[in-house]
Design a protein. Structure first.
Length: 379
């Protein structure tokens, strides 16, 4: 019971659900003596530390507690389609150090996995480390069966389907390893960092591809095979129906994703290979890029409206490379959501842009890694 109580208290304080002994008592039903003893044990272990005094209600300010960010470190890794990024983070999710490595997801998966191990070893030796490495989180651009840790029928990760990624990396690093698709982890990070009290939350990534992460009742929604939120492959009656990377025609991604916009710009004679090039042309004020971003925002608005109608979130955040277009991307989303959804679904809806999408995947991987470690204390 004592260990279970400590884990519960640690998780509540880490998530922000409660910061004081009284708040923990009220939320858990644990007795005052139990809470006091378990907090004292967590303070003695250095997993918790005292925070700033809580606001006073007229009496003596209550002591508040917070996770000691330096007690352990975690590593978050984000696999892009061409570049991998590995970051060393503390328990608050602050990035302490990082390294990048080239990758080719169409090549032998073990090449990429070896580079992840090398990056992990490099970060473990970093002078920025504040404590032992507790776990490794991995974000991949493909659906994941979280129960098995296997990539599920990926569109860009060839040859990875039957690979035990967690086991392979765990044996070579000696760490607990967790894995999920990148948009789920971006959603998790955006939620934990900016909207922790929001119970029903949605995040849409519009970059090279299009996908979404969904939080219902405070928990990530993954579906039976890890494909929940796969907005990029919802089909609309868009003409002409372009061929998608998945082999079907008319997918949202084939009309509005970064790779599709790059395809259309190349057809018009521009040197444009990916979403980054699209955004460079947009930043330069190229009229064809401006037009395509406008059209992309309206296509995204249609699937956003479908998502809002289905799950009725409190907050919808748009992130990813193409979201750097700001209001030019958000305008079409807002217009179509309010046009296509019932007022009851939108009356309490907040539609926002992510402030900065660059760190979301690695931070989400780190948060997932932390949640996978049931007991940091005493490891």
């Amino acid at each position: 019971m004592s260990r279970a109580a400590e884990v519960t208290i640690y998780r509540m304080i880490r998530s922000g659900q409660a910061k004081t002994a009284r708040g923990i008592e009220a939320a858990t039903g644990l007795s005052r003596g139990t809470v006091s003893q378990r907090i004292a044990a967590l303070l003695d272990s250095s997993l918790l530390r005292e925070g700033a005094p809580a606001a006073s209600d007229g009496g003596r300010p209550a002591r508040s507690y917070e996770v000691n960010p330096d007690y352990r470190n975690v590593i978050g890794v984000d696999l892009g389609e061409h570049v991998g990024r590995a970051c060393l983070l503390n328990l608050h999710g602050d990035i302490l150090d990082q390294t990048h490595f080239a990758l080719d997801l169409r090549a032998n998966p073990e090449i990429t996995l070896c580079r992840i191990v090398e990056a992990t070893e490099t970060l473990a030796r970093s002078p920025s480390c504040t404590g032992p490495i507790a776990a490794l989180g991995l974000a991949v651009p493909a659906p994941v069966d979280v129960a098995s840790g296997h990539v599920v029928k990926p569109s860009v990760m060839y040859g990875w389907e039957n690979l035990d990624i967690r086991g392979w990396l765990g044996r070579r690093t000696g760490l607990t390893v967790v894995i999920d698709k990148d948009v789920n982890l971006m959603c998790l990070a955006e939620h934990r960092r900016s909207w922790p009290e929001c119970e029903n939350f949605a995040f849409i990534k519009i970059g090279t591809g299009i996908g979404s992460g969904i939080i219902i009742g405070g928990n990530l929604l993954r579906g039976v095979s890890g494909t929940a939120g796969d907005l990029g492959h919802i089909q609309h009656r868009l003409q002409p129906p372009h061929l998608c990377r998945c082999g079907k025609k008319g997918c949202t991604e084939a009309h509005a994703g970064g790779w599709a916009l790059a395809r259309d710009l190349r057809a018009k004679g521009f040197a444009c290979e990916d979403a980054r090039d699209v955004m460079q042309l947009w930043s330069n004020g190229e009229p064809e890029a401006l037009k395509l971003i406008h059209l992309s925002s309206r296509v995204l608005g249609k699937v956003s409206a479908d998502l809002v109608a289905m799950i009725n979130p409190e907050v919808l955040v748009i992130g990813g490379q193409l979201a750097a277009a700001g209001e030019a991307m958000l305008a079409g989303v807002r217009e179509l959501v309010y046009k296509r959804c019932l007022p009851l679904a939108t009356q309490n809806l907040d539609i926002r842009l992510a402030e900065d999408s660059r760190d979301l995947a690695v931070c989400g991987a780190a948060f997932l890694a932390l949640e996978s470690v049931a007991e940091l204390n005493g490891e």
